[in-house]
Design a protein around this ligand. Structure first.
Ligand code: ATP
Ligand code: MG
Length: 297
């Protein structure tokens, strides 16, 4: 099972939207997808219309009461299974403070179901506390959704410090797979500048042993698209709610990149068939400010 933590301690950057819709796109590609809601806001759970009933066990019980993860799974769609969360999870941060080995609870809990899924995506809260650390320990890859605004890169360095610490102390396999720009507005100069700075920063670490030495900025940026915001309030993925929207097209393309495949998204609903292949860093540097012109014909 490939294990990806979707992390950014900044709020509202697109973590949950990415986890839900990238997960849905991967399931459409035939993968068995495990989604873990590790945010007390429970937004990922709501995104699939899977609100917890009274007494229904959740990831909170897995972390604090040794409930087997198999007891809390909810099948939300074909090939998509969710470990749900709700506000109870907020208590876990405090309850786990004095628990030895609290950072590895999720990783150990997932072992028995490892074989049942091809890929796992963890949605994290907007903080770098014990829940996020559990996500980082249970994963081998970090996917960072980023919004191109002035302070975006400042926040990134704090996040990368945390990834580095977890990699050094607990999880040597952990590395940053990539950064995906969310709510992207290609027309703005700021967006282009943020991407340029990010590409330069990542380029400077090539060949080193740091956790982001092989990280890339995904060529697919997720455009700002109201259908993405609307779909979650209906408890639907964007592929269900608006399959022809930019949001659906962008997440289908992102899934292709995450899988490292060259696929066509023709049939998703766009008149513009888009072929995506894993980009080189230099191609990204050239293409990133206007990524959506690439390959569209
Ligand atoms: P939090 O840190 O609170 O968990 P988050 O990082 O998970 O937030 P989301 O909940 O995914 O962020 O997105 C924040 C808001 O922006 C939501 O209302 C979501 O529907 C909306 N949104 C996300 N991506 C897009 C997009 N590409 N275009 C338009 N709206 C978007
Ligand atoms: Mg969220």
């Amino acid at each position: 099972m490939r294990r990806i933590a979707v992390i950014n301690q900044k709020g509202g950057v697109g973590k949950t939207t990415t986890t839900a819709n990238l997960g849905a796109a991967l399931a459409k590609n035939g993968l068995r997808v495990l989604l873990i809601d590790l945010d007390p806001q429970g937004h990922l759970t709501l995104h699939f219309g899977a609100e917890l009933r009274d007494g229904q066990p959740s990831v909170y019980d897995v972390l604090t009461a040794a409930t087997p993860v198999g007891d809390v799974l909810v099948k939300v769609r074909d090939r998509m299974t969710l470990v749900p969360a709700d506000i109870d999870l907020a208590g876990a941060e405090v309850e786990l403070i004095s628990v030895t080995g609290r950072e590895v609870i999720l990783r150990e809990a997932l072992d028995p179901i490892e074989q049942d899924y091809d890929i796992m995506l963890i949605d994290s809260p907007p903080s770098l506390g014990v829940l996020t650390v559990n996500a980082l320990v249970a994963s081998t890859e970090v996917l960072i959704p980023l919004q191109a605004h002035f302070f975006a890169l400042q926040g990134l360095s704090k996040l990368l410090d945390t990834v580095t610490l977890v990699r050094q102390r607990i999880n040597p396999q952990l590395h940053v797979g990539g950064v995906v720009l969310c709510m992207y507005e290609s027309a703005t100069r700021l967006a282009g500048e943020v991407v340029d700075d990010l590409v330069k920063f990542l380029e400077a670490s090539r060949g080193t042993t740091c956790a982001w030495a092989d990280a890339r900025v995904y060529q697919t940026s997720i455009r700002r698209n109201i259908k993405l915001a609307e779909s979650c309030s209906f408890g639907q993925t964007v592929f269900e709610y608006a399959p022809r929207s930019h949001g659906a097209i962008d997440y289908a393309r992102l899934a292709a990149e995450v899988l490292g495949e060259t696929i066509s998204t023709e049939g998703v609903g766009t008149p513009n068939a888009v072929a995506v292949s894993a980009p080189s860093a230099s191609a990204l540097a050239a293409a990133a400010p206007t990524p959506l012109r690439v390959g569209v014909g």
